[in-house]
Design a protein around this ligand. Sequence first.
Ligand code: ATP
Ligand code: MG
Length: 510
Amino acid sequence: MHTSKYNRPLVVSKAVAAPLLEAHGIGKRYGGVRALRQVSFDLRAGEVHALVGENGAGKSTLIRVLTGAVQPDEGVVRLDGRVIEHNSPHRSRALGIAAIYQQPAIFPDLTVAENIALVNEPGGLARRIDRGARRAQAKELLRAIGAEIDPEREAGRLSMPEQQLVEIAKALGGNVRVLVLDEPTASLTERETEKLFGILQQLRERGAGIIYISHRLEELGRIADRITVLRDGETMGTRQAADTDVRTLIRLMAGRELSAVFPKRAVKIGETVLDVRGLTSAAAGIRDVSLQVRAGEILGVAGLVGAGRTQLAETLFGLTPADSGSIRVAGSEARIQKPEDAIRAGIAYVPEDRRRHGVVAELPVRANATLAILQRIAKGGLLQSAAENALAETWVSRLGVKTDGIDAPVSSLSGGNQQKVAIARWIATEPRVLILDEPTQGIDVGAKAECHRIMCDLAEAGLAIVMISSELAEILGMSDRVAVMRGGRVTGVMDRAAATAESILELALG
Ligand SMILES: Nc1ncnc2c1ncn2[C@@H]1O[C@H](COP(=O)(O)OP(=O)(O)OP(=O)(O)O)[C@@H](O)[C@H]1O
Ligand SMILES: [Mg+2]
């Protein structure tokens, strides 16, 4: 991979003999699904070993086996050459294996400091509490990763990227020998990602081993020493990151040539569909936002974590209603006090935190994919099953959702496949305005290109699309215009031609 721009110090691998952590011949079945077969993987001290593969390839399952969260049907896990018997999350943590899972394991009712303390204070929260010390430690850990989060905040009120940052702080608290990160940068912007990479570098210099899962293949060249590719539960080989380019990785992941980027199609731009003037919400921290999005147009919304992008979406959708200002959709004033008002006005919203608002884990894929349009396909209160099935099948195949069938519960899908179901559900409502918050976060390259293609199709059909994204390449690639936010305000709007990484960053930083 190309590392030209970034000169990272050469790391001399200390471990030549036994790897730090090793998985050997791992197999795991879920009913008829073979999530892992004969997978072997090893991690050396002082290295970053990336794990990549399409959605559903088995990455998360493998790391759950390593941390003892899942028991394999066959195979062993060794640390320092010794088999870990009766592995469990508790045991692996005691051995110095820390994991940051794809879905943050935050206790919403506890504060940030309590969440961090929970894993790092041996006796748990029930012990004699020194709140001051706990707060100080949380503050220190958060500061180390450059997160400006008040340790006394209730964790349930944190945004998705903030939760991720708390997860990282949690993992760094103890004595970490092995750190596993399952898509840590999925909702982080470049600036936070940068900080995270700095920390990983420090950890590896201390001799820790890091397993790093990411769908952002371009970033691997900067931090990974080796890369292992999984496809359909099997290892496709391990490579030196320095000798492997993104194209090769994609071919190994997909088993065929695949384009990582979908070229944006120019479509006819029509009348203004969404017209926002002076929108202000004290609760959401949104100040005097004015924006126009026309039919066929994709407005990209950029900004750093905490800039107010998701809050703006939540205000437009009625989750945190505005105090003043106006929202007009296709010429008529929309009074949006709650999501139902927004849906009636023709606004659909695919939220970033799809676990909380995006999918109903207990319901099957079928119901999830069609939940928002139940009114449309239900007649006289009776659900028309055939119509629902047809719709669900269409979207499942179009987005390539990897599932046992549309009757499988969403909770059995891999992280990326759950995302696809959430996206399907909202585009199926045929809205006039579609707000997408991090639409392709956590989905693999093939599905990402498909998602971009669908966005262009929807734009061509006359939708006005607002796309919030932390990925600059996506903002630059897909937007007709780019709005940049900082501190709850829009600090600038640029045409596609004028938008560059530099101009966006300048407006984002102020
Ligand atoms: N609890 C479960 N019950 C049933 N099937 C499961 C369960 N957990 C995982 N699977 C299946 O195992 C396979 C591998 O899933 P896994 O979560 O490991 O994928 P992944 O590589 O992490 O994908 P992603 O990039 O989408 O996160 C998938 O087909 C998934 O549906
Ligand atoms: Mg996963």
